[in-house]
Design a binder for this molecule. Structure first.
Ligand code: BMA
Length: 372
């Protein structure tokens, strides 16, 4: 009797597994989709756990270039200051849609691929944004001269085919992120960011909430149909939403998003702190209700003109929230004052070392591996 029940139970479990597998592995056209690689599943699980330890520090283009250098293997301004690499490094795919070999910030895509592999080997995470061109006007991401661009790329629009081809270039890049052993390296893809402002062609005044959601849905669908099974997805408006309802107004849905965050920068200190608190409260509440990882997907103080900024402003404003990471923007080698992480000799460098030493901040060596 017991063994029969046991067998039946096993059978039920087996049937259950087959059903779940079929449900998530076959798309409308019967194509295999949405089965994530084990490393990608692990990454998501670890992102959910990491906030129990602290939060990861991230820096855009960290190992690509910095102040006074460009393209040197292994170099990082963050490492030069504190001795370790950021736990999160983000990269931008702008101009990959054109078939170019270098990004909009003049980094070869082959170098970006190499750095994503390096970051994977360190056990850290890579995130990808996409400042792509405007498919209707031919201008850049910031060309908001036409309010019908999003509509034009959706099914039935005049730029639909061109646009799906662009997204497939992103798929090809993400699919190409493989180790020598053939392991596909997971990345966090963060498309259509800062859409609650109106400075990008996919921004608030440039499309309706339905069009925005359709854009997101279509993007993820194309990636999945192209076989991208090593991506997680991050949703990151700016700090414009005043409450959870506004934050969720253009949210594409729980099945299409893994990480929820926001981008905000310091101009005036008081309003920056207020924005952080407001937005962190919103994502903390939604993160709990929707079981999503929360993060500050972009932030910083351009030129860091405050020698105590790291421990005097950033840390106290964020440390009580269960974020997985906070990421600062790039140290542009071609724009003198456009940097967000310290470099040796920069006035906030000593304070950054204190920030690094704080038990809650996690760098590459602290996370060790997000894939096990
Ligand atoms: C912006 C600036 C630009 C850059 C773009 C994409 O915030 O840093 O110089 O081209 O991001 O990385």
């Amino acid at each position: 009797m017991i063994s029969l029940i046991m067998k039946n139970k096993k059978l039920l479990v087996a049937i259950g597994l087959v059903t779940v597998f079929a449900a998530c592995s076959l798309g409308d056209k019967g194509k295999v989709r949405h089965v994530r690689t084990p490393e990608t599943v692990k990454l998501l699980a670890n992102l959910k756990k990491v906030s129990a330890l602290g939060f990861m520090f991230g820096h855009h283009d960290d190992t690509n270039y910095g102040i006074g250098w460009d393209g040197e293997e292994g170099r990082s301004d963050v490492k030069s200051v504190c001795g370790d690499y950021p736990a999160v490094i983000s990269f931008d795919l702008g101009h990959i849609e054109l078939g170019d070999t270098v990004s909009l910030d003049n980094v070869p895509f082959s170098k970006i691929r190499r750095e994503i592999l390096n970051q994977y080997k360190r056990g850290g995470m890579s995130s990808l944004s996409w400042h792509l061109r405007n498919p209707l006007t031919g201008g850049d991401s910031w060309d908001v001269s036409d309010t019908t661009v999003v509509k034009s790329v959706l099914p039935g629009g005049s730029n639909h085919e061109k646009f799906t081809g662009w997204v497939s270039k992103v798929s090809a890049f993400i699919n190409s992120l493989q180790t020598e052993d053939g392991v596909k390296v997971p990345v966090l893809f963060r498309p259509w960011h800062e859409h609650t402002g109106s400075w990008f062609w996919w921004g608030e005044k440039l499309c309706t909430p339905e069009e925005y959601k359709a854009l997101w849905h279509m993007t993820v669908d194309i990636l999945r149909e192209d076989g991208v099974n090593n991506a997680l997805y991050a949703y990151s408006p700016g700090s414009e939403p005043q409450d959870t309802v506004q934050y969720l107004k253009r949210y594409p849905g729980d099945d299409l998003v893994d990480v929820i965050g926001f981008d905000t920068y310091q101009f005036d200190r008081d309003s920056y702190i207020a924005n952080l608190e407001k937005s962190l409260t919103i994502i903390d509440s939604i993160g709990k209700a929707h079981n999503k990882v929360i993060a500050i997907t972009e932030t910083g103080y351009e030129g860091i003109p405050d020698s105590k900024w790291w421990t005097g402003t950033l840390l106290p404003a964020i440390e009580k929230y269960p974020i997985a990471y906070v990421l600062v923007w790039r140290n542009a080698r071609e724009r003198v004052t456009h940097f967000y992480a310290p470099y040796p000799g920069q006035i906030s460098a000593d304070d950054f070392v204190e920030f690094y030493k704080h038990p809650k901040t996690l760098f590459a060596a602290d996370v060790n591996s997000l894939y096990k």
